[in-house]
Design a protein around this ligand. Sequence first.
Ligand code: SF4
Ligand code: SF4
Length: 499
Amino acid sequence: MADYFVPELQEDIETPALAVGTMAHLAPYPAVEKHMVALGFPGKRVDDWQEKGIAKLGEMLKKYRSLQVYLDICVKCGACADKCHYYLGTRDANNMPVQRAELMRGVYRRYFTPAGKLLPGVVRAHDFDEETLQKWITYFHQCSQCRRCSVFCPFGIDTAEITMAAREIMDSIGVGHKYSQEIICKVHEVGNNLGIPKPALKGTLAFMETDTLETMGHEVRLPLDEEGADVLLVTPSADFFSEPHIQSLIGYAKVFHQAGIRYTFSSVASEAGNFGMFIGSYEQKRRVASRINEAARALKVKRIVVGECGHAWRVAYSFWNTLIGPFDYLDPRYPVPQHMCEFTHELIQRGALTLDKEANDEYVVTMHDSCNVARATRMGNRPGGQFEIPRDIIRATCNHFVEMDPDTTHEKTFCCGGGGGTLTDELMDLRIQGSMPRMTALQRVMKRDKVNFMAMICAICKAQFTKVLPMYHMPMETIGGVHQLVSNAIQLGAKKGIV
Ligand code: SF4
Ligand code: SF4
């Protein structure tokens, strides 16, 4: 195993002494030419990259007024400085949100403000030169677009949006990130982030059906491409193959089984995730999302339900309507989109599921709110539904539930450390150090309350924690999905749901 630096966990999350450049060495792998070209970007860095990059920034300032406002209004109050998990974990000054954004603000001032053009040194303006570009490549890929900093900014400046803009500019000059580009290409070619072809998908779903029948004695279906089903279930592809994700997949299937509602997965839309958001590309976001629309129409479903994936829910909740709407062919009685938690919650509320809480008695459960769900979406028809609905489900399926420190949950939740396109091996040092705040809060309830299960509704969080928990000497089985708990508690064959 590579020699990673793992921070020693303290009792509390401490603000570190400032350091400069501790993570300057950690840039992501550059995108390969064929992926860049396939996505409509220059295959490699263009000769006139400076002019092109500055022109792209100018174009974006006109298109996205919020970007210009965010670049203009920062007063350097420092309220965001110690709120980023990557700064807290790495101590690198450039991972302070205000400093990260300053990498773009300096360029903005230099080329788009009178003072920056005349007196760059006085207003901290700087050229878009090789040194600056290298810092952009490094530090705009050390932001998980989690938006925690924006919660604490008195002006609501969203550094995640600045990161997305920087990545979009870099792509436009042929400087892309291998991991995200490769994944988007897999979706276009095969239909999902993992590149699982249809026969393999069909095989794994059939295997799970057989296994559920043999172990539980119930014909719980996991159908693929079934025309005329009521619901299209779109879920992260990790749910089909990875642990613990697959346990939630079985949970979804059991919920549909008990509710007596026909549903189907789709081989065309076998991915809920949408890395178009991570690279800041509206066009790629639209192309990835359009597969879901295509599948829903072809399968003639009445509803679309989204499984446990944080950024997928953000794209669905915040962008689907403008990206791929209108959804006038779906049944207007149901929300579009609907989260799997909303679906299960509604069934629980009207007594359509029988749940045995004692089935989860081995667990003392806490809840990790995923950034994109917490700070960029809602569930249900009330503010805070995105926090309360998953917790209601946990309370309905478990006897023992405790919260972590309130400064680390709900809208103040800490990123897992692997979001926003950082879930790649070459950034493992960042991922480990960036998870320190969440690990500290988790360790505290493990010691104090004997917590042994941290529930979540995000495929990236699950994948990230599975990797980093052992580095902090915690069992990787400590984490799992909310629907894993549902799966354990649900009584198959008990009272049937009514549609
Ligand atoms: S969006 Fe999240 S990762 Fe990015 S600077 Fe803000 S707190 Fe840090
Ligand atoms: S909190 Fe907002 S205004 Fe203050 S330094 Fe951070 S981004 Fe700037």
